[in-house]
Design a protein around this ligand. Structure first.
Ligand SMILES: Cc1ncc(COP(=O)(O)O)c(C=O)c1O
Length: 401
């Protein structure tokens, strides 16, 4: 049995919890969906709005450096995902970035007609890949996870996958799949939404070609935060942005009627960055200052193990038992998962429900202690065994993202 007090005493990340503001009486196990509010974000938003925007007005593009933020904020993400700063850019949403990079990647393999993905991929990924396929005259093949490798052949242009499954929490072997895809002559595009900020992702060492990821989950950038994109350095010069806006032009302020892409990663910008949202993301990323991402991954695994152990056998685990192939969340299957999650929320444990029957709980290592998670597991167990979830009010479904 894991001892939460002993684990807390040995935790190298305890200092980070004070960087966040969470309501009293709440154990927040949904940071995999929307990260918690960093304590410094409201002051940062006040600074950017009152001083930079309110007083300095348009000069702030230069004086506050707004113009450089898409590249500068990406520098904070680089050590979390194992990339060089010049391979990353903060812009747009995950969906839009996925579209841009999938189009760019497929154009590099014009003779190949298949985009390969997984049938259980996150819906927005499948919608975007289908649209790319339609626009580029390709076919999207979304196969079960177990068939991915056998589906790789000389017809596949791009393998586009989500590193950590949003439902089961199961991780793909990124390095193995990159190598298999390259062996078949295909390129790879990874959605890191459920990995960035909780796992020690290593885009460069694993040999990834392209990647995108979310700013509002483990990166704590706030609701609707800008996303990020990654393009391997040696591919940048031969890739075209299919949404070529003026911010991706080599000289946007020449107002040139002809598009000339910026050198390097900058060409993947499209329009004007959302500066207030960028400020919040920058502040959210500061919560990783002085933090080793390997410690974050190790703690996420142990928090998940502890929760599984605390919930015990009253719910059936639908995530891998082995933390080394899990991301930062775990799910349990139950016919009444929705009602159980609602009843747990009423008792201060915030998780979420994923259709059709999953209760999902995420473990953001920067603001959760082992004691929090053991307590949350005991509360969920009590909710299930007491049968409180059978009360009619918990059965009513509300739309919550
Ligand atoms: C795997 C994955 N990709 C993408 C998204 C969302 O992308 P967007 O930033 O476009 O809303 C999510 C949201 O939960 C997700 O889980």
């Amino acid at each position: 049995m894991l001892d939460p007090a002993e684990l807390d005493a040995a935790d190298p990340l305890t200092f980070a919890k004070a960087r966040f503001q969470l309501p009293d009486g709440v154990i927040y196990l949904d940071g995999n969906s929307l990260g918690a509010l960093p304590s410094s974000t409201t002051d940062r938003l006040r600074l950017t709005s009152e001083r930079e925007w309110g007083e300095n007005l348009i000069a702030s593009w230069i004086t506050a450096g707004w113009i450089d933020w898409p590249r500068q904020i990406a520098e904070r993400i680089a050590p979390l995902v194992g990339a060089s700063p010049d391979e990353l850019l903060v812009c747009d949403s995950t969906s839009i970035n996925l579209f841009k990079l999938a189009m760019a990647a497929c154009a590099l393999r014009p003779e190949r007609k298949i985009i390969l993905s997984e049938a259980g991929n996150f819906p927005t990924d499948l919608y975007m890949l289908q649209s790319v396929a339609d626009l580029a005259g390709l076919t999207l093949r979304a196969v079960p996870r177990a068939e991915l490798r056998s589906a790789l052949d000389e017809t596949v242009a791009l393998v586009a996958l989500t590193q950590v499954d949003y439902r089961s929490g199961e991780r793909h072997d990124m390095a193995g799949l990159n190598s298999a895809a390259h062996g078949a002559g295909a390129l790879t595009l990874w959605d890191l939404s459920h990995g960035a900020g909780v796992l020690a992702v290593d885009l460069s060492r694993s040999g990834a070609d392209f990647a995108v990821g979310c700013g509002y989950k483990y990166l704590n950038g706030g609701p609707g935060a800008p996303a990020f994109l990654f393009v391997r350095r040696d591919l940048q010069g031969c890739c075209a942005n299919p949404l070529p806006g003026w911010f991706g032009h080599s000289s946007p302020f020449d107002f040139d009627a002809n598009y000339r892409p910026a050198a390097g990663i900058g060409r993947f910008q499209t329009g004007t960055p959302s500066i207030l949202a960028m400020a919040a993301l920058d502040e959210g990323l500061k919560s990783f200052d002085g933090v080793a991402i390997a410690d974050v991954e190790a703690k996420a695994g142990r928090l998940g193990d502890l929760f599984i152990e605390s919930v015990g056998d009253c719910l059936s685990l639908a995530s891998p038992m082995d933390a080394s192939i899990r991301g930062g969340h775990v799910v349990f299957g139950h016919d009444h998962a929705y009602a159980i999650v609602q009843a747990a929320i009423e008792r201060g444990v915030i998780g979420d429900f994923r259709a059709p029957n999953l209760a999902r709980f995420g473990f953001a290592p920067l603001y959760l202690s082992y004691s929090d998670v053991a307590r949350a597991g005991a509360i969920v167990r009590d909710v299930v065994l007491s049968g409180v979830w059978r009360e009619a009010r918990f059965a009513e479904r509300k739309a919550v993202t």
